[in-house]
Design a protein around this ligand. Structure first.
Ligand code: NDP
Ligand code: OXD
Length: 309
């Protein structure tokens, strides 16, 4: 039973090293050097070419090399009935929380403005936004959003969370599904998107959503570029309704050089780095799932194909 890594453009050396460190006998192949298709029973994928996975008739599991699986589910030619797993990892959650906390504190303590002041040699103290006065609304209270929410509570912020089922976290005011979305938004000064990309969440960061936020709200999107309607964000910043945005993900990555986000004074751009998968941390769960697939046992971290996450 062989493992095939299909991750065009990704450096796979580190993945192979950490997988082999657990089991040196693993038969790992790197696409496009797949060998005989019928020998492949486990696929590790990141942004595979659509239609490729259909070529392996004995596939028992498609494992995402990240937390998200939208890059797999967008393939219209997926082999039917093959389960899909994703990464669930504490160190990824910590890394995402660091990104969110950094962005929130940058905003609350006016660090972007001080950077500009420094370039102008301008000495201009500003009053910090106090944590207890700032209402942070997190869309998506899963592995990543839940961890970020709990940490922000500990820092003293007012934290609200919106999820499909109204997930409960201590200290977090919880809102559920579409019916409570407007209520959630109207009490949010900093909106953080940590949703999976599904049919229900695509383009959720839109003009309609922004209009429900209080004036001068701030937006952080570290989930997927397709959550955001980019022209609606530019419009809301232009009108002054939103005061700024921090974006880690984009409709087109890398962000094209001519894109207006690059030079926008109210937008902070980072290159999809808020939480990188750490091959060393994640290899054990992948090998465990490979063994389970081989032995016909229940798999870990499975995706609900109906919900799309
Ligand atoms: P989880 O599946 O653990 O959590 C998803 C959360 O979103 C759950 O709370 C879920 O609700 C909620 N949700 C899903 N659909 C809806 C909906 N229609 N309405 C309201 N809430 C909804 O995901 P993770 O936390 O592990 O990851 C989230 C996303 O972050 C990933 O899918 C990926 O796209 C992105 N990501 C980005 C990275 C980056 O570097 N930029 C790195 C890693 C991930 P419920 O709890 O009720 O099920
Ligand atoms: C992920 C990502 O989904 O890095 O893990 O975007």
């Amino acid at each position: 039973m062989a493992i095939l890594v299909i991750a065009p453009g990704m450096r796979t050396v580190s993945w192979v090293k950490h997988l082999k460190a657990i089991d040196p006998d693993l038969d790992i192949r790197i696409w496009p050097e797949s060998g005989k298709p019928e020998e492949i029973e486990f696929a590790l994928v990141w942004r595979h070419p659509p239609g490729e996975l259909r070529k392996y008739p004995n596939l028992r599991c498609i494992a995402s090399l990240g937390a998200g699986v939208d890059h797999i589910l967008r393939d219209p030619d997926l082999p039917a009935g093959v389960p899909i797993s994703r990464v669930v990892d504490r160190s990824m959650a910590r890394s995402m929380t660091e990104y969110v906390v950094l962005s929130v504190l940058n905003y609350c303590r006016h660090f972007e403005a001080y950077r500009q002041d420094q370039l102008q040699r301008r000495w201009k103290p500003r009053i910090p936004r106090r944590t207890r006065d700032v209402r942070i609304g997190i869309m998506g209270l899963g592995q990543l959003g839940g961890h970020a929410a709990a940490t922000l509570v500990r820092l003293g912020f007012q934290v609200r969370g919106w999820s499909r089922t109204g997930r409960r976290i201590e200290g977090v005011i919880s809102y559920a599904d579409g019916k409570q979305l407007d209520k959630f938004l109207s009490a949010t000064d900093i909106l953080v998107c940590l949703l999976p990309l599904t049919q229900a969440t695509e383009r959720i960061l839109s003009r309609r959503t922004f209009a429900k936020l209080p004036p001068e709200a701030y937006v952080i999107n570290a989930a997927r570029g397709r959550h955001l309607v980019e022209e609606d964000l530019l419009e809301a910043l232009e009108s002054g309704h939103l005061s700024g945005a921090c974006l880690d993900v984009f409709q087109h990555e890398p962000l094209p050089p001519e894109h207006p986000f690059w030079r926008h004074p109210k937008i902070t751009v980072t290159p999809h780095i808020s939480s990188l998968t750490d091959p060393k941390a994640v290899a054990p769960q992948l090998v465990e799932n490979y063994r389970r697939a081989r032995d016909g046992k229940p798999l870990l971290n499975l995706v609900d194909m109906q919900l799309g996450y």
